[in-house]
Design a protein around this ligand. Structure first.
Ligand code: SDX
Length: 402
């Protein structure tokens, strides 16, 4: 193991790939998709248009976007058997465990997507046929992510799944399928639809975060993209990553009111509690998305009314941002306070990480496509270790063991 250095815990300062997709400057609080600042995309673009940008590298022409959108929406319909799959879960199963399993199940419908069945070179030779096969999986996964999420929601309520009418936007179609407010004939609310679209857009990609790394690690063995996406979904479920948006609300509910914030902050400093929604491996200043979340929240609360938890959240934010313990550790709010918006929109708490997965499927696919087409083909990701265990020793028969 000459020359191997343990990159400490959690890949600190380790780059494993060259990428043209997303740029983050953690010191300056900059986030750009293919060079376009996230603030400009959040103001002028849509989730699906930014999805095209992330995956194919340029903003689409009208024609390109029309084709992309119609393919994604067309592939958004699910096979009727899928409902049975969801109904096999316990009534109170967490939607993220359902969704993780569902992505893997989805792959079983599309053997054309499986390099083990179609031959190793399926995605990596870049010819027209393999590019078209790759595109179909991309359309299916983005399109079906909303349907799978809605199924994970509705089966838990014992409600049948609804197929959305043609002509709704991607986010509108998702809200229709969810019908989470129980209005059987869903009437689109343009403010909420736009707000969710902006939140989807800013969640679409974030370079090599834990779940994207998991997708690429898995895909590096040339498994099909559905299995790789299922692995990424499992990683995002964790409370240190995508599960944090649910943890933030549970934290705010447990604090209860602004008066209890100082005691909570002290408990965090004694490492008895974690301040979910704060801190980031890359951003050492505020996450630029947190400002977009704040602006979107103002829009949504005008429609839904302010959430009582907001006062506690603001008190927590202000207390942490001026406390030496957090300043010294460069801890600032990250994107996961968006849970306040999801709660105001009426989504159940354990569904918040699902609202992170649906848009992040785009980023995972953009990096997957980039890796499949990379110069020199795909190398399996197989890091090394520095062995610090026992030296050579001989077997001891059980009667001689103490
Ligand atoms: C996302 O990577 C991405 O890009 C992720 C993401 C994306 O879009 O994909 O941005 C989405 O996952 C955002 C992060 C959501 N997670 C949370 O909000 C959970 C709370 N945050 C922490 O768990 C933590 O900040 C991490 C996991 C986000 C980052 O952890 P790191 O980079 O490993 O940093 P660390 O744990 O080494 O922390 C450095 C110091 C430590 O103190 P010391 O031991 O040096 O004294 O800061 C402390 C930590 O204890 N610290 C916190 C803290 N986060 C870090 N202390 C209290 N509360 C926190 N939230």
């Amino acid at each position: 193991e000459k020359g191997l250095r343990v990159q400490d815990k959690g890949f600190l300062n380790t780059a494993v790939i060259r990428s043209e997709i997303t740029y983050i400057d953690g010191e300056a609080g900059v986030l750009r998709y293919r060079g376009y600042p996230i603030e400009q995309l959040a103001s002028h673009s849509s989730h699906l248009e930014s999805a095209y940008l992330l995956i194919y590298g340029s903003l689409p022409t009208r024609e390109q976007f029309k084709h992309f959108e119609s393919e994604v929406m067309r592939h958004g319909v699910m096979h009727a058997d899928t409902e049975g799959f969801f109904r096999s879960f316990r009534y109170d199963a967490h939607p993220m465990s359902m969704l993780t399993s569902a992505f893997s199940m989805l792959g079983s419908y599309y053997s054309e997507a499986n390099p083990s069945l179609q031959g190793q070179r399926l995605y990596t030779n870049g010819d027209q046929a393999s590019l078209a096969t790759m595109d179909r999986q991309i359309y299916r996964l983005i399109g079906k992510a909303t349907a799978l999420a809605a199924m994970a929601y509705r089966v838990r309520q014992g409600r049948d799944f609804v197929t959305p009418p043609v002509g709704l936007s991607y986010t509108g179609s998702f809200l229709y399928q969810m019908d989470h407010l129980g209005e059987e004939n869903y009437t689109p609310n343009p403010v909420l639809e736009k707000a969710l679209d902006v939140l989807f857009l800013i969640h679409a990609d974030h370079e090599l975060n834990a779940s994207c790394t998991t997708v690429l690690q898995t895909a590096s063995s040339l498994v099909d993209p559905y299995s790789a996406i299922a692995a990424g979904c499992a990683s995002l479920y964790g409370p240190l990553h995508g599960g944090a948006n649910e943890a933030v609300i549970r934290m705010l509910v447990s604090i209860g009111s602004p008066e209890n914030v100082p005691a909570f902050i002290e408990a965090v400093k004694r490492r008895e509690k974690t301040l979910s929604g704060f801190g980031h491996r890359v951003y050492k200043t505020s996450d630029p998305r947190s400002f977009i979340v704040r602006k979107t929240a103002d829009e949504v609360f005008k429609v839904t009314g302010r959430d009582a938890l907001l006062e506690t959240a603001m008190a927590l934010h202000d207390a942490a941002m001026k406390d030496e313990y957090f300043i010294k550790r460069k801890l600032a709010p990250n994107v996961d306070f968006c849970g306040l918006i999801y709660r105001a929109m009426g989504f159940p708490m354990d569904f918040f990480p699902v609202l992170f997965v649906v848009p992040r499927v785009v980023g995972w696919l953009a990096h997957w496509r980039q890796m499949m087409l990379q110069e020199g083909g795909v190398k399996i990701w197989r890091p090394r270790q520095v062995y610090v265990g026992a030296g050579k020793r001989d077997y001891v028969p059980v009667e001689q063991r103490v």
